[in-house]
Design a protein. Structure first.
Length: 119
């Protein structure tokens, strides 16, 4: 079992920045990729960014490219999401998740952290 715990959410003004962290514990040795997702009220959950654990390669949703950056610290089993130039539409609960094998769904999820961007 793997436990994921997000932190770093909060209230920020539009144009501001936040850095989310996700700490993984437990059986983390078989991680293939880690991702950040978000879900706004009344909307479906959507992928924000993914990092492939071994290579460090990253992928982003079009709506965050150039503003958000995902990174990882393999030694600490942590993944981060640096969010800059935040917009009110970025308001959501942000979740980190873990994928074990290519092509499989993300199977472990954190409890989420609230990000609120005021205009």
């Amino acid at each position: 079992q793997v436990q994921l715990v997000e932190s770093g959410g909060g209230l920020v003004q539009a144009g501001g920045s936040l850095r989310l962290s996700c700490a993984a514990s437990g059986r983390t040795f078989s991680t293939y990729a880690m991702g950040w997702f978000r879900q706004a009220p009344g909307k479906e959950r959507e992928s924000v960014a993914t990092i492939y654990w071994s290579s460090g390669l990253t992928a982003y949703a079009a709506f965050v490219k150039g503003r958000f950056s995902i990174s990882r610290d393999k030694a600490k089993n942590q993944v981060y999401l640096q969010m800059n130039s935040l917009k009110p539409e970025d308001t959501a609960v942000y979740y980190c998740a873990r994928r074990v094998v290519p092509g499989a769904p993300f199977s472990s999820w954190g409890q989420g952290t609230q990000v609120t961007v005021s205009s």
